[in-house]
Design a protein around this ligand. Structure first.
Ligand code: ATP
Length: 254
């Protein structure tokens, strides 16, 4: 067991049509560290993310976030508790400006439904504060000059930065990044990795999903490997990659 983990999950299962997408006996996510959840395509990483953050239901299992039971929170309350995940930009979000995307992140749960929240009086009172915060984050991620552009016009790397910046709008304790390096050119990858490290250095806990194991080597403090729904190995990046179970999981996937 790790000292004071931020997230602890036990016996979490989720099946689709009799196939176990997730069947995790035990997971601990260390606090103030960068953890990569890796595994070949179809390993169940995204499903596990969805379940933990309340965007999908588990068939069974228990987990705590920051010491509190979290399996019944649902997506909105999990986000408010400080567990925030990124989302790939959907069609609807693509048609909104960069700044509008950021403002949706203030609710911790971006999505099409939240367009409705724009009209809520409570939301409007905080509008100035939210816009100021959005601009500060856009400057940090060097997207401020793009604030009025459609999110859909951004490059692959800029979209990843926007997804991250948007998640930070709700001041998470744990930021869960969905394939933050996918479709990002090498130059911007370095910048992205720098931002991820900086979040950790500021005291945040980072958990990210990635299927390419070579991408995680230089940025992860801890690596958890999933295959066929189960966790098959975990450890520091430089050693876990060479474990037989990990080599087999990746070979088996090709
Ligand atoms: P990738 O790296 O390709 O994103 P992954 O590790 O995230 O893969 P999941 O997307 O979680 O894997 O998928 C795990 C398994 O669950 C796969 O067999 C997938 O087909 C199945 N699955 C996921 N979501 C659903 C769904 N909504 N309905 C049916 N099957 C699903």
């Amino acid at each position: 067991p790790k000292a004071d983990p931020i997230l602890v999950a036990d016996d979490v299962t989720r099946a689709f049509g009799g196939i176990a997408a997730v069947d995790v006996a035990h997971l601990e996510v260390p606090r103030h560290a960068i953890t990569a959840l890796i595994g070949p395509n179809g390993a169940g990483k995204t499903t596990f993310f969805n379940v933990l953050t309340g965007f999908d239901r588990a068939d069974s299992g228990r987990w705590t976030f920051d010491g509190q039971p979290a399996e019944r929170l649902g997506a909105a309350r999990a986000a408010r508790a400080g567990m925030v995940r990124t989302f790939q930009l959907t069609k609807a979000l693509n048609r909104m400006s960069v700044l509008e995307n950021m403002r949706l992140g203030a609710s911790g749960q971006p999505g099409e439904k939240l367009a409705v929240a724009l009209a809520a009086p409570l939301w409007r009172r905080r509008e100035r504060e939210i816009t100021d915060k959005a601009m500060t984050l856009l400057e940090r991620f060097r997207l401020d000059a793009k604030k009025d552009d459609f999110a859909g016009s951004l490059s692959g790397g800029q979209r990843k930065l926007l997804e991250m910046a948007r998640a930070l709008m709700s001041d998470p304790k744990l930021i869960m990044l969905d394939e933050p390096m996918a479709g990002v050119n090498p130059a911007l990858t370095q910048s992205l990795l720098g931002h991820i490290r900086q979040l950790r250095d500021e005291g945040m806990t980072v958990l990210f999903v990635e299927h390419d194991m070579h991408m995680v080597r230089h940025v992860s403090d801890w690596v958890v490997v999933m295959a066929e729904g189960r966790i098959v190995a975990e450890g520091p990046a430089r050693t876990v990659m060479h474990e037989q179970a990990v080599v087999d999981a990746y070979l088996g996937a090709h």
